[in-house]
Ligand binder design. Structure first.
Ligand code: ARG
Length: 293
């Protein structure tokens, strides 16, 4: 392993929007011109990969599988920290077929020494990977979403598997169904989040742990553009096409925003963060990054 950040992404060759398991999914829109939509999706995925590689990251590719259109969202495959991959259990039957595919991917990564251990949730406990369990490197804890997709019972399993603190955050709506749609910790210690996505208790837990200056609140428009679903590397943030209000807010904090047109994936309810899965995270204390670097 090198020091370069390493991500998993999936070949979008069989991406499709043909069922609806979240309110953003638009099979009707996809059907108007599937050929053009797929071509646009391939271009969007390639652009995201180039953006990450341009920031020095390496990208491992999962092969496309016909009949598993949402395989393009590997953030939902597993939670990965310190070489341990805790494999997801999907709530919806539409995505459960991804489990054996991702398991095979992780077994292969293990043979190559990229992960050391592959672990599982007990049966009946749903958990949708890093989409609902986000490592906060500065605070050295997991923020874990539950409600629409992941079970509350997943929190204790995450804590035990990784031996790290887990802050559970109940999601209040089906629209922001994974934590990564509404919550994004940044390298400088700030968190970009959309308050309306959380229950009052979850919001209280966030505010208790984040000093006011660490809170960057996204507006409804910004969250609906899937811009909170972003990949942060140091002072750089890669996200879907963003309202100017958001780029301004982040630039004022010293971040540079790189935008990629991810419209075809937003038709499925996902964007930059969930189209990737970071494989090289460790719980070692990281030197605090100065956002303006
Ligand atoms: N269509 C997919 C689903 O509903 C989108 C998943 C996006 N993933 C995410 N972590 N936000 O499951």
């Amino acid at each position: 392993m090198t020091d370069r950040p390493m991500f998993l992404m999936t070949d979008p060759g069989f991406f499709d929007v043909c069922y609806q398991i979240n309110p953003w999914m638009r099979p009707d829109a996809w059907r108007t011109d599937p050929g053009a939509r797929l071509a646009a999706a391939k271009a969007a995925s390639a652009a995201l990969r180039r953006a990450l590689e341009g920031l020095g990251a390496q990208v491992e590719t999962v092969g496309a599988v016909q009949g598993l259109p949402d395989l393009v969202f590997p953030a939902n495959a597993a939670i990965v920290l310190d070489g341990t991959a805790l494999m997801a259990r999907f709530r919806h039957p539409e995505r459960q077929g991804e489990e054996p595919v991702f398991r095979e991917v992780f077994c292969r990564l293990k043979r190559r020494g990229i992960v050391r251990e592959v672990a599982d949730f007990p049966e009946g406990v749903f958990q949708e990977g890093a989409g609902d369990a986000i490592w906060d490197a500065g605070r050295r804890l997991f923020w874990a979403g539950y409600g629409p997709r992941s079970s509350k019972a997943s929190l204790g399993v995450i804590e035990k598997t990784f031996g790290q603190e887990v802050v559970g955050l109940e999601l209040a709506s089906e629209r922001f169904y994974h934590l990564d749609t509404c919550f994004c910790p940044l390298a400088g210690g700030e968190v970009l989040f959309y308050p309306d996505a959380f229950t009052p208790q979850a919001l209280a837990a966030i505010r208790e742990r984040l000093a006011p200056e660490a809170r960057i609140e996204a507006s409804g428009e910004e969250a609906e553009a899937f811009c909170v679903n972003a990949v942060n590397l140091g002072s750089r943030i890669v996200m879907a096409k963003a309202p100017a209000s958001l780029t301004r807010k982040l630039e004022a904090r010293g971040y540079a925003v790189g935008e990629v047109d991810l419209a075809p994936f937003i038709l499925s309810g996902g964007a930059a963060y969930c189209m990737t899965l970071r494989l090289d995270r460790t719980s070692r204390p990281e030197p605090k990054l100065i956002a303006a670097e």
